[in-house]
Design a protein around this ligand. Structure first.
Ligand SMILES: Nc1ncnc2c1ncn2[C@@H]1O[C@H](COP(=O)(O)OP(=O)(O)OP(=O)(O)O)[C@@H](O)[C@H]1O
Length: 323
């Protein structure tokens, strides 16, 4: 019997041609699914559309858009048995990158039709669904500067440009962090609470390995003394994350907890899965194994070497046994 699915499609996410993307998605998915296509608008959220789809009894919900769209659609599925299909067409696509999900349209559609699923932790941040992370301070200011116009003009570099602008404006705040077993007071420029995060979400990379199904949130606290310290801290975080090691500078701290409450003085902006949602305080609670997603279990690893087509290329393979 044909399975029923609701496709929630954000027509303004990312920089691609939405009509062409929708045509490709439909042509693949409609071969095997009874597909109900719902477009998001500024007023109609992915969460509302996903809730209505569940009420209609669909067997799966598929979200196509950026991290904001995917996170909000997932919100309606937390704690249900309805799986989420993910087609990333956004600017950063951090969720797909963190979980090694396909970011190519055709591959993403095939992964959904294959039907292999995986169960992940999710969280609620101030009652809103969180798949990736909540950023306080620096990251929120950076995301706010990278508005739709900047993303349309610069793509992913909109975040880099606004991050560099924001560095010149680095401000510290006092924070109180309450975890399952501690209350911590600290001065910081950025605090990130992550469920999952790709290595490019540098400010989340304090601990080694952010595990998507360990039932815990990862908190990274960054307190650089000045601009040079901030750049050095960001470099250290990226470098250690790519090597799978924890950060090791005195101005970076990290811890894990199932629930975290953070208050700041003065109040700081919060970015939740790519969208500004207001100001501190925040309360984040992990929902272990709260979401089922379609995910290929065996994906081809990307090659770790590419040299072909470089100008004047000559490659000589060394004899390992030679002295
Ligand atoms: N039809 C629409 N017209 C205008 N805005 C929309 C529409 N549908 C959704 N939105 C807005 O899109 C935003 C979510 O975008 P989303 O995160 O999916 O993509 P993105 O910003 O390109 O990607 P990323 O999160 O990777 O940077 C929300 O702020 C939402 O209000």
């Amino acid at each position: 019997m044909t399975r029923s699915a609701c496709l929630i499609f954000n027509p303004v996410a990312g920089q691609g041609d939405p009509q062409q993307q929708l045509d490709v998605i439909r042509s693949i998915l409609e071969s095997e699914l009874e597909l109900d296509v719902c477009l998001t608008s500024e007023e109609i959220t992915p969460e509302q559309l996903a809730k209505a789809a569940i009420d209609r009894g669909v067997e799966m919900v598929i979200a196509s858009g950026g991290d904001g769209t995917i996170s909000q659609a997932a919100g309606a599925l937390i704690g249900t048995k309805t799986p989420l299909g993910i087609i990333s067409t956004g600017t950063a696509n951090a969720f797909a990158n963190a979980l090694n999900l396909p970011t190519n349209l055709e591959e993403a559609c095939r992964a959904i039709l294959n039907g292999e699923t995986r169960t992940l932790d999710v969280a609620y941040c101030n009652q809103k669904p969180m798949l990736l992370l909540a950023g306080i301070g620096f990251e929120a200011e950076t995301v706010e500067l990278a508005d739709r116009e900047a993303k349309n003009n610069l793509g992913i570099f909109a975040y880099v440009v606004s991050g560099l602008k924001q560095l010149r404006n680095l401000k510290h705040f006092d924070a109180t962090i309450e975890t399952d077993d501690k209350e911590i007071k600290v001065s910081a420029a950025a605090i990130t609470v992550a469920n999952v995060a790709p290595p490019t979400s540098v400010l989340a990379q304090g601990p080694a390995g952010i595990i998507a199904d360990d039932g815990l949130l990862n908190v990274t606290i960054i307190s650089p003394r000045n601009l040079v310290g901030a750049i050095a801290a960001a470099y250290n975080l990226l470098h250690t994350a790519l090597q799978g090691n924890p950060a090791e500078r005195d101005d970076i701290g990290y811890l894990r907890s199932k629930r975290v409450v953070i208050a700041t003085d003065p109040p700081q902006k919060i970015v939740l899965d790519g969208e500004i949602i207001g100001k501190t305080p925040i309360e984040v609670e992990c929902v272990p194994q709260g979401l089922i997603i379609f995910a290929p279990t065996t994906r081809e690893q990307p090659p770790d070497e590419k040299l072909e087509n470089l100008p004047n290329l000559e490659v000589k393979v060394k004899d390992k046994d030679a002295p």
